[in-house]
Design a binder for this molecule. Structure first.
Ligand code: SF4
Ligand code: SF4
Length: 396
């Protein structure tokens, strides 16, 4: 396929609109596929994991595509990307892809190329600390890379720093990244505030940055910069209403008991900051998943309401995560995800086995839970349901 400059022409200063196409979007995905994928598109028969970090997809034609998966990170320097592109040029014909969990995948068409690639990847280490730049793993019944949000680097409502927590966590869980020693896969996610841009609502183990104090109100600044109706409208719980200071300045007041510390108002008005060194903390949730395999998708539940926001190594968060993971590894059956295990033994036992205190704050009172119980392709065919199916098919 031609490059976009050939397809779209060059800019003509005399005729500004000539050949002009806006909103063109990304280039067609087909041109990024390695030949083995193009040749076998739609013909894949099955796939297997050969060893931690190495997969093979086998086509009806007999062709095989081997994938070598390495842990990456959400923020990569240009130098790092150049380095991985150089490896791809030399060992996988220039093809490389990224997964949504920040894994880097090289695809090759023979086992010999897999071995050569692995040997090369093992040579790349960081100058400081000497750790692997491209650790191979993250497949099957282990811990794959953490999906996470932006944190302070990008977002203003963060309660915790995402990148440092994820680095500390993956260092602590690394042995499960390079092996497949758990009963089933464990998806760990992390979001830095309760807006949850990460998949924390449906992960085996999820860490959530949480503000515990309502926004402060800077009355001196607010009336100069805030579009007050917008700040009021932004609050999902109607906690904000208009007010006046003693000096007659236009401002807002808060019904603190209604605030759920989401930070939406701060998005609209910088005079309503809610980050707080002592108040902000980390919450752990567990037992969620997206997959339909074996059991239906489930939401994660809160299992630890407070862990200290201890930058940059978050030792309490790392320890608590290991505690849950170790209890699961020791007690769950093969193929059981963390939520499946908790459902089978009962959530009371989950807290007991993980050595976590249970308080009334952990009782699941999500008001829409009832409506979502059957939002799934997992469906129990009761006699009544069969009767409806038979009637629809004209049998009765
Ligand atoms: S989870 Fe919250 S703080 Fe983190 S990127 Fe999303 S909105 Fe921003
Ligand atoms: S933090 Fe959220 S709930 Fe609290 S006042 Fe602001 S918008 Fe409302």
């Amino acid at each position: 396929m031609a490059l976009s400059k050939d397809r779209l022409g060059r800019f003509n200063p005399d005729k500004h609109m000539e050949g002009r196409v806006t909103d063109i979007g990304p280039r067609h995905y087909w041109q990024f596929f390695p030949p083995v994928i193009q040749n076998n598109y739609g013909k894949w028969a099955y796939h297997e994991i050969l060893e931690p970090g190495v997969l093979v997809h086998v086509s009806e034609t007999g062709d095989k595509a081997f994938t070598v998966r390495c842990g990456g990170m959400r923020f990569m320097t240009v130098d790092f990307v150049r380095e991985l592109c150089d490896i791809a040029d030399r060992f996988s014909d220039g093809y490389v892809r990224f997964t949504t969990r920040n894994n880097i995948e090289f695809i090759v068409d023979s086992l010999e190329k897999v071995e050569a690639l692995k040997a090369e990847l093992a040579k790349h280490t960081f100058a400081i600390g000497g750790s692997l730049k491209f650790p191979v793993g993250g497949t099957g019944a282990g811990v794959t890379n953490i999906v996470h949000t932006q944190g302070f680097i990008h977002c203003h409502t963060a309660a915790v720093d995402a990148s440092s927590m994820v680095k500390a966590l993956m260092d602590g869980l690394f042995e499960h990244f390079t092996s497949m020693d758990l009963p089933a896969q464990v998806r760990v996610s992390m979001a830095c505030c309760l807006n949850m841009c990460g998949a924390v609502h449906c992960s085996d183990i999820a860490l959530l940055g949480y503000h515990r104090k309502p926004p402060a109100i800077d009355h001196e600044v607010l009336h100069k910069i805030c579009e007050i109706p917008l700040a009021i409208a932004s609050c999902p719980t109607a906690a904000i209403s208009p007010a006046k200071t003693e000096d007659g300045l236009k401002t807002v007041k808060l019904k603190v008991e209604r605030c759920m510390f989401c930070g939406n108002c701060y998005t609209m008005c910088p005079a309503l900051p809610l980050a707080d060194g002592q108040g902000d903390c980390v919450v752990m949730m567990a037992g969620g998943k997206v997959s339909n395999r074996i059991s239906m998708p489930t939401f994660s539940k809160v299992v630890i309401p407070y862990l200290p926001n201890n930058h940059p190594l978050f030792p309490e968060v790392v320890e608590a995560t290991k505690q849950v993971l170790n209890a699961y590894a020791a007690d769950a059956r093969k193929y059981e995800r963390i939520g499946d295990w908790a459902q089978r033994i009962g959530w009371e036992k989950f807290f007991e086995k993980c050595n976590l205190p249970f308080t009334e704050h952990l009782i699941d009172d999500y008001r829409l839970a009832y409506d979502t119980y059957r939002t799934s392709t997992q469906f129990k065919y009761t006699e009544a349901a069969w009767a409806v199916t038979r009637a629809a098919e004209g049998e009765e």
